[in-house]
Design a protein. Structure first.
Length: 219
């Protein structure tokens, strides 16, 4: 399941993050790509060993972890350390698949949190490729798109301005994307039913089934 989540960062958080980014040290992004993705990766990232990256990672990861839609859709067991990337004019990241393992984690879900407003740059869409076609994402600042790490994807060349994003990966309690979608739908149905009839017998059965599916599938 592919999902867009609005307002993961508040306007105040965004201002603070952008101010921090304006003074951040950047380095070539190739170091954090696998050997074949490295051939098509052309961006810059906040320096791995910098205090700025530590601060940005803490702030942004905290905002993502407290987002209830992210929690319900991704079911994160753990997140990789985030990357904070900049694509100036001419920069892009060609079609690739992300590493299946990063550090101690299996990467189940990839996500991009947009930090620049769409009007601030031309091009730079995140394109998710599938046999059914392509889907391009360029979301307002503070919004996030999450997609199964199984997909080929790319970032189209930036032709004006500057694209700023934070990207990361989650190992999910629920490895399979189709199962995650079932649990996400059941959670939505639970909330809808609860609003209409409170903690009814039907609600309790739905809640029981959803909880037991998590128990059956969690790993
Ligand atoms: O910048 C993005 O939206 C995605 C970057 C990406 O595909 C990656 O870092 O593996
Ligand atoms: Fe990627």
């Amino acid at each position: 399941m592919l999902i867009q989540i609005a307002d993961v960062l508040s306007p105040d958080e965004l201002d603070e993050i952008r101010a921090t980014l304006a003074a951040a040290p950047f380095e070539d992004g190739r170091a954090t790509a696998g050997w074949s993705a490295r051939l098509v990766k052309d961006n810059e990232q906040v320096r791995e060993d910098s205090a700025t990256l530590r601060l940005l990672r803490e702030r942004i990861a905290a905002a993502i972890r407290r987002n209830p839609v992210f929690e319900a859709a991704v079911r994160p067991k753990a997140l990789t350390p985030l990357l904070v990337s900049r694509y100036g004019v001419g920069r892009s990241y060609g079609s690739h698949v992300d590493n299946p393992l990063m550090g101690e984690l299996r990467t189940d879900v990839s996500f991009t949190l947009f930090l620049a407003e769409p009007e601030q740059y031309e091009g730079g869409e995140l394109v998710i490729e599938s046999p059914a076609g392509e889907e391009a994402y360029k979301l307002p600042a503070g919004h996030l798109v999450a997609y199964p790490t199984t997909a080929l994807h790319r970032v189209d060349p930036v032709t004006a301005g500057e694209r700023l994003v934070a990207v990361g990966w989650a190992q999910s309690w629920i490895r399979d994307a189709a199962r995650r979608e079932i649990l996400f739908d059941l959670e939505a149905a639970k909330r809808d039913l609860f609003e209409r009839e409170g903690k009814s017998a039907a609600f309790d059965l739905l809640a029981k089934s959803a909880a037991n599916l998590v128990r059956m599938w969690a790993e």
